[in-house]
Design a protein around this ligand. Structure first.
Ligand SMILES: Cc1cc2nc3c(=O)[nH]c(=O)nc-3n(C[C@H](O)[C@H](O)[C@H](O)COP(=O)(O)OP(=O)(O)OC[C@H]3O[C@@H](n4cnc5c(N)ncnc54)[C@H](O)[C@@H]3O)c2cc1C
Length: 510
């Protein structure tokens, strides 16, 4: 593996100093920045614009214990059960215990969670939750409205600077192995040196052909941290959301249909119109995501179709257009009236349980390097994330990181003295390589996996990486492609090692 992707001498790069550099401006990044002491100067780097993160796409909501009939014990139990027995119990406990406090903090920042006519929180039950506990805003516009308020709050913090269109290339480590800055790329490379770096670059969605994730989500932060020596964990656990709208003619998935639609009574029907979740799991259509996604996959395979159907015709137009305004509008644009038509749906890559291993303070195995949000692996989701626990994880562990950085008296590491060697071979045709990576991952490292397919994908990715190792990767896109191939290889290596099916990792040869 290349230690560094950048190709220039350190002394030729401009350098700016901060106390803290946060890479990623979704919920994890902005929430961490907001809670840093004002005496700490902080830069938040984002790959393109602040709005183009996965957070702003979140529909369903944030899970937290706010209802009188709910208990943290029950939220913990549901989280651990969905996680297929391998979650980090202590950190999951910390997350559910801190949940209500973080919701209060969001409310104090002006986040407009929806209320019922009596003025109490309107909560929904999503897949594998045994109680109603998912808070939402603007019906199904939770992420966008949270981001709006956080952006305003961050703009009022004098110590925080947002740097858009800055691509994280590498995390720098000094002679003692401690992280001491990052190399970013806009039109050219520059160094941002700092005492603490926090990787909040989200998941890996674009490594797959079908995903709900933004274009910018290519696993860059995970790959850069690994190159700097950080340990990765649970890389085999990729979550597929059971229901994305499927354009049946083009075979392309269009947008997410939140689990909350099944929470409000939607049921899945196979292409012959029969409901099929009855008898497959005690929670039927609201079984954990891995179970539902797999059952849909099998139904599609049996029928030879690229979709099944979601039926919410028991609900009125008035209810659906108010409760799910975005989904309702998106379906209408595709010619589907939710109150009278069956919605064609298929599973798509959606979330990544694995990532950079962190402890309860977000610390990675590299000193001075932290991670939070979907890029991190705290272990709270185990092999399968419980719906709406990811925004909660961003809040709780973003706070944990900030608290630790605020109190840490870390000594600054000296920048490394040696620049990497320069590669001179011509640049790459990024589009065709990206396509190859996505096809290999979708076809062989998707919902159902086996040894033969995984080996085939691994050998394809090895070939791609071998070629990229010697290439000139200057500019964002070639570096992204390198990161995608690297992260794909890590997912496959972990999947090959785990011989038994566990949660979202399902092997039909186990
Ligand atoms: C359609 C959809 C619906 C969802 N609904 C829900 C829901 O209802 N409830 C729930 O709990 N979860 C939901 N999720 C999951 C949840 O939104 C994400 O897990 C969460 O928002 C991740 O937040 P984050 O801050 O870790 O990353 P993101 O919000 O994805 O932000 C990543 C940031 O990193 C930046 N970045 C990436 N690479 C680089 C680079 N090389 N250099 C610089 N910056 C970089 C990006 O620009 C971006 O600012 C949903 C996800 C999707 C896609």
């Amino acid at each position: 593996m290349r230690r560094y992707l950048f190709q220039k001498d350190f002394q030729d790069m401009p350098m700016v100093q901060y106390d803290v550099v946060i890479v990623g401006g979704g919920l994890a990044g902005l929430y961490t920045a907001l809670q840093l002491n004002e005496g700490l100067s902080c830069a938040v780097l984002v790959k393109d614009r602040l709005n183009t993160c996965n957070t702003s796409l979140a529909q369903g909501g944030v899970a937290a214990v706010v209802e009188p009939e709910d208990e943290t014990r029950l939220h913990l139990e549901d989280t651990l059960k969905a996680a297929a027995g391998i979650a980090d119990k202590e950190l999951a406990r910390l997350m559910v215990e801190q949940g209500p406090k973080e919701i209060d903090r969001l409310v104090s920042l002006g986040v407009p969670f929806d209320k019922n006519p009596e003025g109490k929180w309107h909560t929904t039950k999503e897949g594998a939750h045994t109680r109603k506990r998912v808070l939402h805003c603007g019906g199904d516009a939770t992420g966008r409205l949270i981001m709006d308020r956080l952006k305003t709050a961050v703009a009022e913090k004098p110590n925080v600077e947002i740097l858009e269109n800055r691509f994280l290339v590498d995390v720098l480590t000094g002679e003692n192995g401690r992280a001491c800055g990052v190399v970013a790329f806009e039109n050219d490379y520059c160094i941002l040196s700092a005492k603490a770096m926090v990787i909040c670059t989200g998941g890996i969605g674009r490594v797959y052909r079908h995903t709900t994730n933004r274009h910018s989500i290519t696993g860059d932060g995970i790959a850069a941290a690994a190159r700097a020596g950080a340990t990765l964990k649970h890389m085999e656990f990729v979550q597929f959301h059971p229901t994305a709208f499927m354009d049946t003619e083009s075979g392309k998935t269009r947008f997410l249909i939140s689990e909350a639609v099944r929470g409000e009574g939607g049921i899945l029907r196979n292409p012959s119109g029969n409901p099929f979740m009855e008898g497959r799991h005690e929670l039927k259509d609201l079984a954990p995501r891995d179970v539902v996604a797999r059952e849909i996959f099998l139904e599609m395979k049996k029928a030879g179709t690229n979709h099944v159907f979601l039926d919410i015709t028991t609900r009125s137009k008035n209810f659906l257009s108010k409760r799910f305004p975005t989904i309702y509008r998106n379906c209408l644009e595709q010619g589907v009236h939710m109150e009278q038509d069956l919605i064609p749906v298929a599973p798509v890559q959606h979330y990544f349980m694995g990532g950079i291993e962190t402890n309860r303070y977000g610390q990675t195995s590299v000193e001075n390097l932290y991670a939070a949000g979907e890029a991190a692996c705290t272990g709270v989701h185990g092999a399968n994330r419980l719906a709406s626990n990811s925004l909660l994880e961003c809040l709780v562990f973003g706070s944990q990181c900030a608290r630790h950085i605020n109190t840490e008296k870390s000594s600054k590491e000296v920048l490394p003295g040696i620049s990497p060697s320069h590669k001179t071979i011509s640049p790459v045709d990024t589009e065709s390589i990206e396509k190859k990576i996505r096809n290999l991952m979708q076809d062989y490292a998707g919902i159902v996996r086996n040894e033969k397919g995984l080996q085939r994908a691994l050998s394809g990715l090895h070939g791609i990486l071998k070629d990229l190792e010697v290439r000139d990767l200057r500019h964002g896109q070639p570096m992204e492609v390198y990161n995608m191939a690297f992260v794909g290889k890590e997912i496959i290596n972990a999947a090959l090692k785990r011989k038994q099916s566990t949660g979202a990792h399902y092997r039909d040869d186990s």
